[in-house]
Design a protein around this ligand. Structure first.
Ligand SMILES: NC(=O)c1ccc[n+]([C@@H]2O[C@H](COP(=O)([O-])OP(=O)(O)OC[C@H]3O[C@@H](n4cnc5c(N)ncnc54)[C@H](OP(=O)(O)O)[C@@H]3O)[C@@H](O)[C@H]2O)c1
Length: 372
């Protein structure tokens, strides 16, 4: 008989986990429905909606009891600007941490494990996280490192996958290698994606320049480990000048920037490409660029790479490798969770936190909501 510690249950849903024995976990779906924060119409407020159908698990899938969910800008933008919503009721939410409570293969090896997830299958509402339970392929869940809280875990999903895919797939760099002194520039260095990309780039041996406001400078330099922060609020001419002075200090004037990513907008992407071209005028090979928000077209002198984060779930072997490699980096302390702003109080708190994210914005932090 295997005894797992009791799992926390949602208010009003006692006895979800009835018992665990050697090979089976029994679940009882009280009233045969479970809660979600759903979009029922574009013009109506988000509501706490009870879904009738328990998600069906395929053999290679697991069911996760979400405990802390992370928020992303797309979670409020998609409703407001009416995109990436394919039916009603619709559930957003792309990341969470929680506990595995059921396996599609009816085995029990993963039951009770604390994990975090990133949902890149935007059309499959079973994988969305603004709900009590989410479904995920068993190969695409990260076991929560022992030193991480569930709140830490909820900051990781989307930022880590986006940064991981852009480094290993878009730029084709290996997390098993170390690279020589080259410069890696991140416009939007204090976005969550930028913070995880900076940590991966540092791990690979690059000098990292983050272009961001000075409000987050000390966090980026002292806790995330970037090498240089350039004030994004200066004129573009002065931003360029600051970058070139740093390259000169490194002895890399004219050859310096090899990789650059933009996490902000089409406009800043074009400025970054301009900076990239000028900075590399003495180098024979082209610099490489990835736009997280927009992909500029027809740029001759820079290699503009695609970013396809759905590769994470469409190519399971690739996703599995990314989970394995980044798990090791998290365990070894090479990647730290981004700092977070915590909301507590159940599923409904997601609505309040989303509104704050829209109105106040995030500053080098992830909004997370404790729902259990
Ligand atoms: N393509 C994809 O698959 C994919 C995946 C994930 C995210 N995204 C997109 O990537 C973007 C970033 O997402 P996120 O969640 O990482 O963002 P986030 O953390 O919410 O970004 C907030 C940060 O943006 C910074 N910022 C705002 N305007 C800026 C500017 N003009 N220059 C530099 N920094 C600026 C602010 O930093 P300071 O004020 O401190 O400088 C703030 O800290 C979003 O648009 C998101 O939708 C795309």
């Amino acid at each position: 008989m295997t005894i797992l510690s009791p799992l926390t249950v949602a208010p009003g849903k006692a006895d979800y986990l009835d018992y665990v024995n050697d090979s089976v976990i029994e679940t009882k779906w009280l009233e045969e429905k479970f809660g979600a924060i759903a979009i029922t119409e574009y013009d109506k407020p988000l509501i706490h909606h009870n879904l009738k159908d328990k998600p069906e698990l395929k053999k290679d899938e697991v069911l996760i009891r979400n405990k802390v969910v992370g928020l992303n800008p797309i979670d409020w933008k998609s409703k407001k600007y009416r995109f990436a919503i394919y039916h009603f009721p619709w559930i957003n939410g792309r990341e969470s941490s929680g506990t595995i409570v059921q396996q599609g293969d009816k085995k029990s090896d993963l039951l009770g494990k604390n994990v975090f997830i990133a949902s890149t299958s935007y059309r499959d509402n079973r994988t969305s996280t603004f709900q009590e339970y989410s479904v995920m392929n068993r190969n695409l869940v990260w076991e929560l490192p022992e030193s991480f809280t569930l709140e830490n875990g909820a900051t990781l999903g989307v930022g880590l996958v986006t940064a991981g895919v852009l480094i290993t797939d878009s730029l084709g760099l290996s997390l098993q290698s170390s690279y020589g002194i080259e410069v890696f520039v991140i416009w939007g260095g204090s976005t969550v994606v930028g913070i995880y990309a900076a940590q991966l780039a540092k791990f690979l041996g690059f000098k990292v320049i983050s272009i961001s406001s000075l409000d987050t400078q000390s966090y980026l330099l002292n806790e995330i480990g970037v090498d240089k922060v350039v004030n994004r609020k200066k004129s573009f001419k002065d931003i360029k000048e600051d970058v070139y002075i740093y390259l000169k200090d490194l002895g890399l004037e004219g050859t310096g920037i090899k990789y650059a990513i933009d996490c902000v907008s089409k406009e800043t992407s074009l400025q970054l490409i301009d900076l990239l071209i000028d900075s590399r005028n003495k180098s024979a090979d082209k610099a490489e660029f990835v736009g997280v928000v927009a992909k500029p077209k027809d740029i001759e002198s820079v290699k503009v790479r695609d970013l396809t984060i759905k590769k994470f779930h469409e190519d399971i072997e690739y996703g599995k490798k990314l989970v394995r490699e980044t798990s090791k980096l998290l365990q070894d302390g090479k990647i730290k969770p981004v700092r977070h702003k915590l909301y507590s109080g159940g599923l409904e708190e997601i609505v309040i936190a989303l509104n704050d994210l829209e109105v106040k914005g995030a500053s080098a932090e992830k909004y997370v909501v404790k729902i259990v």
